[in-house]
Design a protein around this ligand. Structure first.
Ligand code: SF4
Length: 594
C-alpha cells in the first residue's frame, strides 16, 4: 500500500476493552442495570456515532485530522509512556487504581471529576480527601443531608455540583440497586448532572470503556496539535474534537489515555507558557511545527511539506521543471520548484498536476499559514475556505507562537448585581458572640447555603439601608436602627454574575441575648460560622465586619450608594427579639449550632 493511500485510509475504530479486572459478581449486576427500561436508545459512541464521525471527517480539510494510522499509534505510545513517567500522584488516582469493587471505583472517579470541573487540582485535593473520609461509598453519600453536603462543599464554588452529585448517589442507591451504570451512554442518560464529559471519564477510568473525553485541557492540546484555529465552542469544532478524542484514545488503556491527555494540557501544554521542548507529542504538533518553520520563512514551510507530500505521492522532482513517478532521490526545495515555473497560474496545471491534486487533498493555504504567491499555489477548495482555520479577520500573531491556538472566543462579561447585607451580632450571647444567618432558597444561585440577611439592591439607590433594616427585623424583630453601620463593600464574581455586596454591621450590645431563631435562620458562634455551609463571598463579608471591630484595622471604604430592591422575604414564625429570651435548653442550643 502506498504511503499516500495509507494516509488517506480511515483510521481503525477504537474497540471497547476493559483492562481493569472485573469482579465476577459484578457482571450479572451490570446486565441488570443495563437491561433496565429506563435506558433511552441514544448511543453517542455507538455505530451511528462512528458513522457520523467518518462523515464529519470526510467533509473537512485532512490537514486538521489524523489520517495516518502510524501517527495515531505514535501519538498514543508517546503520550502514555510520558504519562507513566510523569503523572502526578493524586488521591483519586490512588483510590481508583487500588479499588477492586467497580461501584466504589466509579464513585471515587465520579466525585473527583465533579470536583475538578472549573476548579484547580491543588484546591480539590483537600476537599476530595475530606469528602471520601466522610462518605466513602455511594450509600454513605445517599444518606447524607443536603446541609452536610453544602457544608463540606463550602468554598469550592459552583455549589449545584455537590447537590447534583448527591442526587445522583440517591438515584443509584434507590433506583439502580446501588450499582453505577457501566457505560458512558447509560451514565449520561440515567444520572442527573452527569454530562458527556463526566460520563466518558467515569466509563473509561473506572470501567475501561474505550471512549475519549474532551475537557478544556484536551481542547487546547488537540487544537494545537492539529492547528485548529476556528472557535472551539462552535458546534463543528466541538464535534470534531470529540471525534479526534475518540479516534486517538487507546483501546487498551482508555482511562490512562484520557487522564494523560488532560495531564498534558494541565502541566505541559498550558494556556500561556507551553513547554514544547518537553512535550511527548511535539513531532505530531502542527502548531509547534508552524512556529519553527515560520522562523525559516514561507519557503521553509513549503520545503517541509514538499518532503512529506512527495513521499506520499511517490513523485520525483527532476530538477528541470518536470515531475515523474518513482522513488524520490532527493528532497526538492520549494524555491527550485517555483523558479522552474513561469508564473503562478502556469505552475499548477502545467508543472505538477498530481502534486497539485495532492496538495489540495492535504491542506489549504490557510491551514499551512501561507499567503501571497506561495499560498496561491494551493488550489482553492471547492467547498470554500477551510472551516477549521481562524477567519481571515484574525490573522496569525507571530508574537504568540503556539498560543495562537486555540482561538480565544470573546467572553461575555458577567452580569453585574448589587446586594446589601448585614452582620447582625449578639456580642453577649450564651457561648460567646453569635451572628445571624438565614438560609437561601433551595434552588438558584448558592441554593440552600447560609448567608447574612441581605436584600438585592440597585446601584446608587437611596433606600438600601431602610430595606435592609426591614429585612433584618423580619428575622430578628425590632432593632436599634441608628446602630446599623455601613462598613465597606465586597466584590465577588460567581460564574456569570459579578456581585457587589454593601456590607453593614449591627451589634446588639446591651440587649437581651437570644439563641433561638425563627425557621430558616440560625444564630451561630464565630467558630460555627467558619465551618457552616456558607459561601466564600460570605466569609469575605465577615472579614470586613471583623476588620471593623474595636482593636482591628479599618476595613475598606464604601463606594457608590445602592438602593434596596423590593425583595421581601416572608418571615414565618416571626417574633420580636425579646420574645426569644428564654433559658436555652440543650436541644435549642444544638439546633442553632448546626
Ligand atoms: Fe506539545 Fe507545544 Fe504542541 Fe502543546 S503546542 S502539544 S506543548 S508541542
Amino acid at each position: 500500500m502506498s504511503i499516500w493511500r495509507a494516509i488517506m485510509k480511515k483510521p481503525r475504530t477504537a474497540v471497547r476493552s476493559c483492562q481493569r479486572k472485573r469482579a465476577p459478581c459484578q457482571e450479572g449486576r451490570e446486565k441488570r442495570v443495563l437491561s433496565g427500561r429506563q435506558v433511552k436508545p441514544s448511543t453517542p459512541n455507538g455505530l451511528a456515532g462512528r458513522q457520523e464521525e467518518v462523515l464529519l471527517q470526510a467533509s473537512l480539510s485532512p490537514y486538521h485530522l489524523f489520517r495516518d494510522p502510524a501517527d495515531v499509534r505514535v501519538f498514543r505510545e508517546n503520550l502514555l509512556s510520558w504519562y507513566d513517567r510523569e503523572k502526578r500522584d493524586l488521591p483519586w488516582r490512588r483510590r481508583a487504581e487500588g479499588e477492586v469493587d467497580l461501584d466504589r471505583r466509579a464513585y471515587a472517579v465520579w466525585v473527583s471529576e465533579v470536583m475538578l470541573q472549573q476548579t484547580q487540582v491543588a484546591t480539590v485535593i483537600n476537599y476530595y480527601t475530606r469528602w471520601m473520609q466522610k462518605w466513602p461509598t455511594l450509600q454513605d453519600l445517599a444518606s447524607a443531608s443536603l446541609e452536610e453536603v453544602n457544608q463540606l462543599w463550602a468554598g469550592l464554588g459552583y455549589y449545584s455540583r455537590g447537590r447534583r452529585l448527591q442526587e445522583g448517589a440517591r438515584k443509584v442507591v434507590e433506583e439502580l440497586g446501588g450499582h453505577m451504570p457501566r457505560t458512558a451512554e447509560t451514565l449520561q442518560q440515567l444520572l442527573p448532572g452527569v454530562g458527556r464529559y463526566t460520563a466518558g471519564a467515569i466509563a473509561s477510568i473506572a470501567f475501561g470503556q474505550a471512549t475519549g473525553v474532551v475537557d478544556g485541557n484536551v481542547v487546547r492540546v488537540l487544537c494545537r496539535v492539529r492547528a485548529i484555529g476556528a472557535d472551539p465552542r462552535s458546534a463543528l469544532v466541538s464535534q470534531l474534537l470529540w471525534s479526534l478524542a475518540q479516534q486517538l484514545v487507546d483501546p487498551a488503556r482508555p482511562g490512562d489515555w484520557n487522564q494523560a491527555a488532560m495531564e498534558l494540557g494541565a502541566t505541559v501544554c498550558t494556556p500561556q507558557h507551553p513547554r514544547c521542548s518537553q512535550c511527548p507529542v511535539q513531532s505530531l504538533c502542527w502548531a509547534q511545527q508552524r512556529v519553527s518553520r515560520l522562523r525559516k520563512g514561507q519557503a521553509g514551510v513549503l520545503d517541509g511539506d514538499l518532503w512529506r507530500l512527495t513521499s506520499a505521492s511517490r513523485l520525483r522532482w527532476s530538477g528541470n521543471g518536470s515531475w515523474a513517478r518513482g522513488p524520490r532521490r532527493a528532497a526538492p526545495t520549494w524555491r527550485s520548484v517555483v523558479s522552474a515555473s513561469p508564473s503562478p497560474a502556469a505552475r499548477r496545471p502545467a508543472l505538477y498536476p498530481t502534486l497539485s491534486k495532492t496538495l489540495q487533498s492535504w491542506a489549504t493555504a490557510c491551514c499551512l499559514g501561507l499567503s501571497g504567491a506561495a499560498g496561491s499555489l494551493f488550489p482553492a477548495p471547492r467547498a470554500g475556505p477551510c472551516r477549521l482555520c481562524a477567519p481571515p479577520t484574525e490573522p496569525w500573531d507571530p508574537t504568540r507562537g503556539v498560543t495562537n491556538f486555540p482561538r480565544k472566543a470573546g467572553r461575555r462579561p458577567p452580569r453585574e448585581e448589587c446586594s446589601a447585607t448585614c452582620v447582625l451580632e449578639q456580642p453577649g450571647a450564651l457561648g460567646g458572640p453569635r451572628v445571624l444567618l438565614v438560609q437561601r432558597p433551595s434552588s438558584g444561585l448558592l441554593a440552600g447555603l447560609w448567608q447574612f440577611p441581605a436584600v438585592t439592591a440597585e446601584p446608587s439607590g437611596p433606600r438600601e439601608r431602610e430595606a435592609l433594616l426591614r429585612e433584618l427585623q423580619s428575622w430578628a424583630g425590632p432593632l436599634p436602627a441608628p446602630r446599623l453601620r455601613h462598613l465597606g463593600q465586597v466584590v465577588h464574581t460567581f460564574s456569570h454574575i459579578k456581585l457587589t455586596y454593601q456590607v453593614y454591621g449591627l451589634a446588639l450590645e446591651g440587649q437581651t441575648p437570644v439563641t433561638v431563631a425563627p425557621p430558616g435562620a440560625r444564630w451561630l458562634t464565630r467558630e460555627e460560622f467558619h465551618t457552616a455551609a456558607v459561601s466564600t463571598a460570605m466569609k469575605k463579608v465577615f472579614r470586613v465586619y471583623e476588620g471593623q471591630q474595636p482593636g482591628t484595622r479599618k476595613g475598606p471604604k464604601r463606594c457608590p450608594v445602592s438602593t434596596p430592591s423590593s425583595r421581601k422575604k416572608p418571615s414565618p414564625g416571626q417574633q420580636l427579639l425579646d420574645s426569644f429570651f428564654r433559658p436555652p435548653d440543650a436541644s435549642s442550643l444544638n439546633s442553632t449550632a448546626q
